[in-house]
Write a protein that binds this ligand. Structure first.
Ligand SMILES: [Zn+2]
Ligand SMILES: [Zn+2]
Length: 149
C-alpha cells in the first residue's frame, strides 16, 4: 500500500514535470514570437521615422525647388525704371548690382542676379527676401492639369 502510493506519487511527479516542460516550451515559443513581432515592429517604426525625417529635412532645409517653367518665366527688371535695381545689392550674394549685370525680378518685385536667383530657386522655391513662393514642379503640374480641365 505504501509502495503503491509512492509509485502513484512518482507518476504524478512525472506528468507534472512533463507538464512543466510543455509549459516552458510554450512560454519560450511565445517569447520568441513576441520578440520577432517586436523586431518587426521596431524595423517598420524605424523605417517610418527615417522616412518622416527625410521628408522633414527636404521641407525645412533644402525646401522644394521652383519649377523650371516658373524660374524661366521670371522677367528682367523694367528697363524704363533702372533705379529699381541700381545701387542695391543682390540679396543672394550681397554684392552690388552693377550696370550690365543679368538680372531677374521675382513676382514679389525683389530683384537678383539672374545666376544667383536661378541657383537659389533650384534649392528653394521661396524668395530669400520675403518668402514669396513660386510653384514647385508638382504644383505647376496640378495647375496645368486644372487649365486643361
Ligand atoms: Zn547675386
Ligand atoms: Zn520677395
Amino acid at each position: 500500500m505504501e509502495l503503491m502510493r509512492s509509485r502513484a506519487a512518482a507518476d504524478d511527479e512525472d506528468t507534472r514535470i512533463q507538464h512543466d516542460e510543455a509549459r516552458v516550451m510554450e512560454a519560450r515559443r511565445i517569447r520568441e514570437l513576441w520578440a520577432e513581432m517586436q523586431r518587426f515592429w521596431l524595423r517598420s517604426k524605424a523605417a517610418i521615422i527615417m522616412r518622416e525625417a527625410r521628408a522633414r529635412e527636404n521641407r525645412c532645409f533644402r525646401g522644394v525647388s521652383a519649377s523650371d517653367k516658373a524660374i524661366l518665366a521670371l522677367r528682367e527688371p523694367n528697363l524704363d525704371k533702372p533705379a529699381a535695381a541700381a545701387g542695391q545689392d543682390c540679396p543672394v550674394c550681397f554684392e552690388d548690382v552693377k550696370e550690365g549685370d543679368m538680372l531677374r525680378v521675382m513676382p514679389c518685385s525683389h530683384c537678383f542676379h539672374m545666376s544667383c536667383i536661378y541657383k537659389w530657386l533650384r534649392a528653394s522655391g521661396m524668395c530669400p527676401c520675403c518668402r514669396f513662393k513660386l510653384p514647385s514642379e508638382d504644383e505647376q503640374h496640378i495647375y496645368m492639369m486644372q487649365l486643361i480641365g
